[in-house]
Design a protein around this ligand. Structure first.
Ligand code: UTP
Length: 226
């Protein structure tokens, strides 16, 4: 059975717009396919993480402390999705090994961040490595990778397929790559070494997300690591 890790941005999970309705739809979709592919989900922090980081920064918090606040937000979101899946733990798994070990067919395992210094995209690639996953699905707020930022350049073109080397060139050429980056550079490095494909899809589109997880045709970008 194929194994898939889904990195779901906090901006997808809790944008503050009918969140319970979306999370319910998402959880029903995951439940409906988890006996076809083995699924692990890593949740991002979104607005909640940004709120704590900004407030913590104003209070004099250092990078390490702000990361700890961010990780707290990702774990809160992981608990929210777990609640929708009908199995909310008091504490979500805190290491990628723990999550990979608890993964099994017919079961969706969920976590947030791990330790300071990276984002949940990187965590997703670490889980993928530990699980021996076939692909990572990045459920994000952009619907694909573009040749330029589509918000500022109307001529930016959607890329349907690219190599992981090309993605590496993009993420490493971005100055101070962080929030706007397509994928965490550390995650790209691990996916490249481990030869794990990355699919970038519109996470709010549950059908598109389902297709990406199942390995069907997608509208987003397929990043080939082979
Ligand atoms: P996210 O993964 O949500 O980061 O973690 P992000 O860049 O905001 O991603 P999107 O926009 O939701 O996709 C939120 C913050 O939590 C800390 C980092 O500070 C990160 O920016 N974090 C998260 C860690 O330090 N370690 C982790 O393992 C995860």
């Amino acid at each position: 059975m194929e194994k898939v890790v889904v990195s779901i941005g906090g901006s997808i999970l809790v944008p503050g717009n009918n969140d319970s309705e979306f999370i319910l739809k998402l959880s029903e979709m995951l439940r409906s396919i988890c006996d076809k592919v083995q699924i692990a989900v890593v949740c991002g922090g979104g607005k909640t993480a940004r709120y704590y980081a900004e407030t913590g920064r104003a209070l004099g918090g250092n990078t390490y402390e702000l990361d700890i606040l961010g990780i707290g937000a990702t774990r809160l979101n992981a608990q929210l999705l777990s609640l929708a899946m009908g199995d909310m733990p008091d504490k979500v798994p805190e290491t990628t090994k723990e999550l990979a070990e608890s993964s099994a067919p017919g079961k969706v395992v969920i976590m947030g961040g791990t330790v300071p210094g990276h984002t949940t995209d990187a965590v997703a690639t670490m889980v993928a490595k530990d699980m021996g996953a076939d692909r990572i699905v990045n459920a994000t707020s952009v619907d694909a990778v573009y040749t330029d930022d589509p918000r500022t350049n109307k001529d930016a073109e959607r890329i349907s397929r690219m190599t992981i080397r090309e993605l590496k060139d993009i993420v490493y050429s971005e100055h101070g790559a962080s929030k706007s980056s397509v994928f965490d550079p550390l995650g790209v490095k691990i996916a490249m070494e481990e030869k794990i494909d990355i699919l970038v899809v519109d996470g709010r589109d549950v059908d598109e997300l389902r297709n990406a997880i199942l390995g069907n045709e997608i509208n987003g970008t397929f990043i080939d690591s082979h």
